[in-house]
Design a protein around this ligand. Sequence first.
Ligand SMILES: Nc1ncnc2c1ncn2[C@@H]1O[C@H](COP(=O)(O)OP(=O)(O)OP(=O)(O)O)[C@@H](O)[C@H]1O
Length: 633
Amino acid sequence: MRQKAAINQLLETAFPGANPENGTSGPTAISPTTLLETFVPGYGPIHKFLLYSFGFDVTVLVTFGVVCWLSARIFRSTWGIVHSLVSANYMAEITVSSTDEIHGHLIAFLAHQYKINSSRRLMAETPSKSAWELDSEETETPETTVDAEGNIKWLNFSNQEAKSQPRFTPAIGSHNFWHKGTYFQLRRKEVAMFDELGGGAAAFKDKELLTLSCFGRTTEPIKKLIQHAKAHYHLGHNAKTVIKRPAPKDMRRFGGRGSWVKIAERPCRPMKTVVLDEERKLDVLSDINEYLNPATARWYANRGIPYRRGYLFYGPPGTGKTSLTFALAGVFGLDIHVVSLLEPTLTEEELGMLFTNLPARCIVLLEDIDTAGLIREPSDSDEKNAPAEGEQGSTDFNVANLTKALKKANQLSEEEKKKGISLSGLLNIIDGVASHEGRVLVMTTNHPEKLDDALIRPGRVDHQVAFSNATQTQIKELFERMYSNDLPRTKLILSSPQSSTKALPTIVEDEKKPLSNGLAISNGKAYTLTPPDTPITATSVTPEENGKMVTNGHAKTSIEKPTTQADISESELHEIAQKFAHQIPNDMFSPAEIQGFLLKRKKDPRRALEEVGVWVEGMVDVKRKGGKLVSVQ
Ligand SMILES: Nc1ncnc2c1ncn2[C@@H]1O[C@H](COP(=O)(O)OP(=O)(O)OP(=O)(O)O)[C@@H](O)[C@H]1O
């Protein structure tokens, strides 16, 4: 009886006004149950069934669910409104596209941020490192084959990729982090870009956008963060020379900095490793040093002279033209932009655009300019005078001639299409009105005699440097360099750089100040020029360590015999070098050839001395016969 009364009471609460006992309806009142019955068909019977069978009023649960859902909706939209109001009025943001190198700097920096690292949403990436980028020998863990005595015989690097440590970066989505007391929001998202590939083709490409925001009405904290990320990135890259080349065709169409892509980063080549007549080396060094001085830019501007400098390095193959360019880039901390004029997809307009998008100061390297296939556009008179085949007169005009003429016309138009860069086009790009100022242009060639006069006239080429096969002094230097551990830094004494002082008599205020890179500015007096240290990841290996390598955590003896360097005193090394140099004729072999010979005996100077006679004989024989394949190595 009591149970029935309780159910009745419940029903009364659920259906106020409805009396299940007598079935009469009272005045209608709005209750959650009546509302649900109105909007959800069949709710009433289910509700009654549950209530009678289990004494459980489902309306309470449903009402609670609905209230929660509604609250969540209201909260979300209120939050959205508040967030957008706050973002619009009290937050600053900066967006970075993945087409810009800052994107890479930021991601690398964020990957190092412990707060991001502790995030629960990360993206794993396998960083690909070049041989130069490996931190140290210890981080390399090649598989090794060991002989009976436990010495390493063969190394195998096939498992390298699998073993390399993944890098964790923030996943696509939103992240928050603190940096130096500022709260930052990071949104990483991918957007599909409709990219017209030309020739009617098009494709969607993914591009990434990073949006950094922080509270406040100024973007200053974000700018500082980006600056910090850049500095962090370059921290480990100070001693590297960055090599860039034109981006793939579809990327460089957009212009901007994205027109150049980094292809490599190498440790700076120390100037002392380039064996070249000291005076010639210093001439180039002081010339570039003076050119890069900001005061010189003003000097040029005041006189209306285009602020550009061109160098021609010429000489036989393997004599150090490229090496000197890299060493110069290291000394002055410039990036090298390498352009191949033979690239079939490169048009004149694109080359012009690439030159416009060069950074303020850089080296542009045009290698083997004689083989670049520059096209001299035929003059009108040439065209008129050249008799076309099949044009011997209308009388003997026949079908065969017509076919030939058509074929030739087609061939010509095909060639025209592939033509690439004409000489006049290149000349315009090098020093035309739209040409970039502030860059150092280096052109190299093995055949200067083949170059067009216009290409090397002053203004386009301001300084020529001749390279030749090695002299005995250079051979000795190469030898000593190969076998000495780490020679102390050489001081280069600059004696009276006349050319520069004559050319720039009015640079006064800054002249005696050493530049930040350690080079002094010429003032007509003799002065000491010390090329800045190029801190190549100095592995100060002790003689004892030198014969060992660490693999998989175990120190093992290296493949080669323990070095003999430790056994040789400096004076003996000089003596051997002297004898070695005497056995090689002057000006016959390029430094590259000598380096190649020494590399095969890189740990054994005595053996190099013993074997050099036979090598010279064999090589002289090959050179005399004009052959290319060597019988002695
Ligand atoms: N003068 C030099 N001093 C030191 N090393 C040199 C010198 N010349 C050549 N070498 C060595 O020889 C190799 C080839 O040199 P490099 O590429 O600079 O020659 P190159 O003159 O540019 O040749 P090419 O004309 O074929 O491009 C490099 O490994 C370099 O170290």
